[in-house]
Ligand binder design. Sequence first.
Ligand code: AP5
Length: 215
Amino acid sequence: MRIVLLGAPGAGKGTQCKYIIERYGLQHLSSGDILRANRAKGTELGKKAQSYMDSGGLVPDEVIIDMMIDEIGKAPASGYVLDGFPRTVNQAQGLDKALAAKGRKIDAILNLMVDEDVVVRRITGRRICPKCGAVYHVENIKPAVEGKCDKDSSELIQRPDDTEEVVITRLKNYNEQTAPVIDYYKDGNTVYDVNADEQAEEVRDKMFGVLDLLS
Ligand code: AP5
C-alpha cells in the first residue's frame, strides 16, 4: 500500500502514522523527521533546511522532491505512508510523475481534518523525546512521569518551531500551499476525509476502517 496522510500542522499525522505502520507493516516516511535527522547530523541538506523550518516556511520543492523520491526508492515492498509530503501541488505532481515512471500510483489519500484553534493547542503543548522521537502532549497524551519519555526516560523537549508565533506562519503556509493539494488529489482519486478532532484512538479506528477495505 502507498498512502498519503494529509492534514494541517498538528492534525495528528505523526501520531496516526505510528498506528498505521504497526498494523499494516508499512514504512513511515515523514519529510519533517527526515529533515530533522539531517539537521541533527549537520548534513548539507539539514543546513539548507534549517532557516526555512525554524521560521515555519517551506523548504524549496526541488530539495524536498529529490529527498523524498530517494527515500521512497528505499522503502520495502510492503509499501509506505507519506507524512508531510507532498505539501505543494508541485510536489504532488513530482511524486505522481516519479511513481508513474515505475507504473505505480498512490492507493489511498487520507485527510485529517481539525479546527485551527485545536491545532494551536496541540502544537504548543507537544513535547518530544530527542532520543527516540516519541511524541507526547502536556495535557492530551501525557508520559507516565512528567517531562520524561516512557521508553527511555530522556528529558522531553519542545520543537523549536512549536511556538505560537511560528505555528501561525505554518498554518498560513498550510492554507495557501498545502490545502490545494487536497483538490489536486480529488481530481482523479478518492480522498478520505477523517475528522481528527477526537481522541487519538477514535481517529485511529476510523482510519483503520478505511484502510482495512483497501488492504
Ligand atoms: P513536519 O514535521 O512535517 O510538521 P507538520 O506538518 O507541521 O506536522 P507536525 O509534525 O507539526 O504535526 P502532526 O500532524 O504530525 O501532529 P502530531 O501527531 O505530532 O514539518 C516541519 C517543517 O519541515 C515544516 O514547517 C517545513 O519547514 C519542513 N517541511 C517538512 N515537509 C516539507 C515539505 N514536504 N515541503 C517543504 N517543507 C517541508 O500531533 C501534534 C500534537 O498533538 C502532539 O503533541 C500529539 O501528542 C497531540 N495529538 C495528536 N493527535 C491527538 C488527538 N487526536 N487528540 C489530542 N491530542 C493529539
